[in-house]
Design a binder for this molecule. Structure first.
Ligand code: ADP
Length: 301
């Protein structure tokens, strides 16, 4: 088969692993710098052009679109979809997951376990917001944050109020969430491919740190997840319409709760923690699923 991987940096671990896995299985794969693609969107014969020529003959496109270029990247991916090229994850599904709030609203509609979460913009009612999530301690998250930056723990009502007011002062969109203390500074990342959990790791934050992000000094190890965690991850992936994703969950005393669904999961942490060939499994999924004018993930919204 012939694959195009939409990625800006060919050197990243995940990208190198996907390229190696595709070649090892006898496929051709080109790395296409997403921002260097251009296209005539009004043409009756849709095409994507790159370095002066049309990108043609691909069986599947593997989007590895960074958060900072979501808007342009999804437009390029959409164009491939209009050409009938099979996307590993569809543009509309990636768009849903990139918006944390939209993601939580969709998961909530399907009855998937979530931390009690409120959402506000520059509210003048901090007390009401705090009461809505059951009081303090609580977690406040900037909607645009990644890698744990913009996630803060407010232990008392007075600190929660002043943080909500401070974020309000800079016109930020915030999520206010019950603090899942019993998670003990750990979270679970379940990697879903084609409706199955293929690997799971537990990330434990550094001592005195409630955030488990590996970028913040967290440590990862393979974990055996419960059937309930497994089905929560699979349902979350299905709700978002993602063929491949990382579902981040906390172990709460009311069962697994989903924090986030990541449509472009990094492979390094999970491959090193579990010893599994996730890149190979992604390619295997494409071997089985990729066909012209066929998409697995048709979702609304
Ligand atoms: P980001 O998307 O920036 O990584 P997250 O929402 O995943 O932000 O939060 C970062 C980390 O903080 C999580 O991995 C988790 O360990 C911890 N965390 C986030 N929300 C909660 C919560 N409601 N209760 C307890 N811990 C949390």
């Amino acid at each position: 088969m012939k694959f195009a991987m939409l990625a800006r940096n060919a050197e990243l671990y995940s990208h190198q692993r996907i390229v190696a896995a595709a070649r090892a299985r006898g496929h051709e794969i080109d790395i296409v710098d997403t921002l260097k693609c251009y296209m005539n969107i009004a043409s009756h014969r849709p095409e994507v052009r790159y370095k002066g020529r049309a990108l043609e003959g691909y069986d599947a496109v593997i989007p590895r679109i960074g958060a900072s270029i979501t808007f342009y990247g999804l437009a390029v991916l959409r164009q491939f979809e209009m050409m009938g090229v099979y996307p590993l994850n569809e543009s509309v599904a990636i768009g849903r997951s990139r918006d944390k709030l939209r993601c939580l609203q969709l998961l909530s509609r399907k009855g998937i376990g979530l931390p009690v979460t409120a959402f506000a913009h520059a509210t003048s009612q901090p007390d009401d917001l705090i009461d809505m999530v059951g009081g303090t301690p609580l977690v406040i998250k900037l909607l645009e944050g990644t890698q744990g930056i913009g996630v803060v723990l407010a232990e008392t009502r007075s600190s929660a109020k002043s943080m909500i007011e401070a974020f309000g002062g800079v016109e930020a969109n915030i999520l206010v969430q019950e603090f899942i203390k019993e998670a003990g500074g750990a979270d679970i990342r379940a990697l879903v491919i084609g409706g199955k959990v293929v690997a799971a790791m537990l990330r434990q934050g550094a001592p005195e740190e409630f955030r488990s992000n590996l970028h913040r000094g967290g440590k990862a190890q393979e974990v055996k997840i419960t059937p309930e965690e497994r089905s929560t991850a699979v349902r979350a992936a299905k709700t978002m319409g993602l063929n491949v994703c990382g579902v981040d969950m906390l172990r709460s005393n009311h069962g697994p709760v989903v924090m986030e669904v990541n449509s472009t999961p990094g492979l390094e942490g999970i491959e090193l923690a579990t010893g599994k060939d996730i890149a190979g499994m992604i390619i295997e999924f494409l071997e089985k699923s990729a066909a012209p004018n066929k998409t697995q993930t048709k979702g609304e919204g």
